[in-house]
Design a protein around this ligand. Structure first.
Ligand SMILES: [Zn+2]
Length: 308
């Protein structure tokens, strides 16, 4: 048997036909997704819950936590939860596929409700620092050892620096969750890269969310030791083309496994698997197998386990 790559994925919305953001998730669904992830050499994930009406988000987190508790495979595979939203930028482009009516400014009491629903399993929260007044939520999470990640946001360089001082540790899928057209120099990608020494940066390495030539530039600028690859996988990952759901989206997924909004204006998660991401990094980006392993296994583990 080949040595297990033991992938660790910080952003998984669903897998093998199962959507973690569905209200009627069953024990069988969760087990199916976990078994397929394990079969693909994935040793750990953060199940990701995205922006929705707050009661629905809480219900989904509660259900996931409960189902995980009853399934030994899910317990070993799901290291915790990544809550992406609802405290992100409402601006078109930055908001991406997240529903506008459910996006809201960060608020400590609301965050606490989500944390309670997740029953101690929250490991990463993605939010927009410029909508976290006084960085209160960032501080609350950092104090509890939860990795705060900026994403779907457009903070100034000063706002980013202040957020890092308050405990921000990550940036979620750089190059996505931002508009197609931005200022040619002073944009979110350049600002984040300039602060790479103080941030972990995640990327979706499917060649569609970020073209490989640009990913190569980003990895060179930030350094492999500050970067992490995630799949941002949704239900078709590990399964194949067909009709799937992610939250409110009803998606027709073609042979390229790319999930696009019905009007084609933005991408909605990916159909990629971790083994495919690692293969892309070696074959398309030109990394060594050892560098690919750092991006898909070693570094993401450090964020969740070591919180450095
Ligand atoms: Zn996102």
């Amino acid at each position: 048997m080949p040595p297990s790559p033991a992938f660790f994925d910080l952003q998984v919305n669903g897998y093998a036909g199962v959507d973690f953001n569905q209200d009627d998730l069953s024990a069988d669904d969760l087990h199916t997704a976990c078994a397929a992830l394990e079969a693909g050499g994935v040793a750990g994930i953060l199940a990701t819950i995205i922006t929705e009406d707050l009661d629905l988000m809480c219900g989904r987190l509660r259900r996931l936590a409960e189902l995980r508790g009853h399934d030994p495979l899910a317990r070993s595979l799901i290291a915790g939860f990544h809550i992406e939203g609802p405290f992100i930028s409402p601006a078109d482009g930055y908001r991406g596929a997240h529903p506008k009516d459910a996006v809201r400014p960060a608020e400590v009491s609301t965050m606490q409700r989500l944390l309670d629903a997740a029953n101690g399993l929250t490991r990463v929260v993605t939010l927009a620092p410029e909508f976290d007044a006084n960085l209160d939520v960032t501080r609350l999470l950092a104090k509890q050892g939860i990795a705060v990640s900026a994403g779907h946001c457009d903070p100034t360089l000063e706002q980013l620096r202040a957020a890092i001082d308050a405990g921000l540790r990550l940036f979620t899928h750089l190059g996505n969750g931002c508009p197609m057209q931005m200022h040619r120099h002073d944009n979110i990608v350049q600002r984040v890269l300039s602060l790479a020494e103080r941030l972990w940066i995640t990327f979706i390495a499917d060649g569609v969310h970020v073209p490989y030539f640009a990913l190569r530039n980003y990895l060179s600028a930030a350094g492999i030791d500050r970067c992490i690859v995630v799949t941002d996988a949704i239900a078709p990952a590990g399964k194949g083309p067909g009709r799937y759901r992610l939250g409110r989206w009803d998606l027709q997924i073609g042979p390229d496994l790319v999930a696009r909004s019905p009007d084609g204006s933005h991408l909605i998660g990916s159909g990629m698997t971790m083994p495919r991401a690692a293969e892309n990094l070696v074959r398309e980006v030109g990394l060594s197998a050892e560098e690919a392993k750092r991006l898909t296994s070693t570094n993401p583990r450090r964020v969740v386990v070591d919180l450095v």
